[in-house]
Design a protein around this ligand. Structure first.
Ligand code: GDP
Length: 327
């Protein structure tokens, strides 16, 4: 029988790739989106505009348990991928309360709805390397203690404990991926990789003259988003629920990303990039670098696209956006 999956955050980078993957595997896909996204679908649903005929959309709000109960009850999903969250780390202090509330409550409500109305549904929780925060060791694996240093990281640790408790107390199949940064041409503009690529292309085309960045010497473990959503699916196909670090295991500096992107466009980044102290983040001492040995050995997962190819794919994607606009 055709499997049914609910995806929250379906219009985001990961949600859209996951929807493509599950469609290719014959799933019936249900996405939960806010009314405002339907009303402004040209912008808010652009990542899935090519899929809208093939997915079933539910208008619902993750901060309303009643709407989630209704969807879970009606759909009777086999799998639920909870990807929606306020995902940007450096929002201002003003957003703190709502980020924590939204991220924790949405996870709790979904788990509660599944426990009551679709207890055989397998649940994927999108954890993040931000959960490690100010860690004492590098690389990190599933046994590394969490020490989150952002509200986003704190909300993910809380969600993780909720999912784990629903696993041990109520026997729900809940698995978590601790995903390190993963990029693609669909990455949001607030993330440094997309910011760099979009500016580099504009500079190349004479539409912009410089790029302001924060810490060029910050290190990140960057992978390719489609590889990472594949891991999410693999995590729900195992015999037992578990938690897995998903990472490339290699770190690069923001400067390396900048250099690679500008070089692909035959530009010398030193002529165009300036730093702005206001864009620096506090406390970025230890390198976040993931050790995905467990995912490799238990799931058979591996990443297929390396750093320089990620940068190239993003530059090509950005270029093609401009070519399309001018046609
Ligand atoms: P995340 O913070 O790991 O979720 O991902 P980002 O893409 O937002 O940031 C990656 C790294 O880039 C962090 O270490 C930032 O300090 C650094 N960075 C340097 N300049 C910028 C900038 O202008 N914008 C953002 N978002 N990050 C920057």
């Amino acid at each position: 029988m055709m499997k049914k999956a609910i995806i929250t955050g379906i219009a985001g980078q990961d949600g859209s790739y996951l929807a493509e993957l599950l469609l290719s595997k014959g799933y019936e896909i249900h996405g939960i989106v806010r009314r405002i996204a339907i009303e402004d679908s040209e912008h808010k649903l652009k990542n899935i505009s090519h899929l809208t005929e093939r997915i079933i959309m539910h208008v619902g709000s993750l901060d309303n348990i009643l709407s989630l109960i209704k969807i879970v009850k009606d759909v009777q999903p086999d799998e639920c991928y909870h990807l929606a969250s306020s995902s940007f780390v450096s929002y201002s202090f003003d957003d703190e309360i709502s980020i924590l509330n939204n991220n924790v409550n949405s996870t709790h409500y979904l788990l509660a709805a599944i426990k009551e109305f679709a207890p055989r549904c397998r649940f994927y929780f999108a954890g993040s390397s931000e959960m490690f925060g100010d860690v004492g060791q590098s690389p990190q694996n599933e046994t590394t203690p969490f020490n989150p240093r952002s509200i986003y990281g704190i909300s993910k640790v809380a969600g993780h404990h909720l999912a784990r408790n629903y696993r041990s107390q109520y026997g729900l199949f809940t698995s978590m991926g601790i995903l390190y940064n993963h990029e693609s041409p669909r990455r949001g503009y607030e993330f440094v990789t997309r910011k760099i690529v979009s500016s580099a292309v504009k500079i190349k085309l004479g539409l912009q003259d410089h790029l302001l960045l924060g810490n060029l010497d910050a290190w990140r473990d960057w992978g390719y988003a489609p590889d990472y959503v594949h891991a999410m699916w693999m995590m729900l196909q195992t015999d037992e629920p578990d938690d897995f670090v998903i990472a490339s295991g290699k770190t690069h500096r923001v400067r390396d990303f900048v250099d690679t992107a500008f070089s692909l466009l035959d530009l010398d980044y030193r002529r165009y990039v300036r730093t702005d102290p206001q864009l620096f983040r506090p406390s970025e001492r230890v390198q976040l670098c993931g050790d995905a040995t467990k995912a490799r050995t238990r799931l058979g997962w591996s990443h297929t696209i390396d750093f320089s190819d990620i940068v190239r794919l993003m530059v090509e994607g950005e270029m093609s956006l401009h070519t399309k606009c001018n046609q």
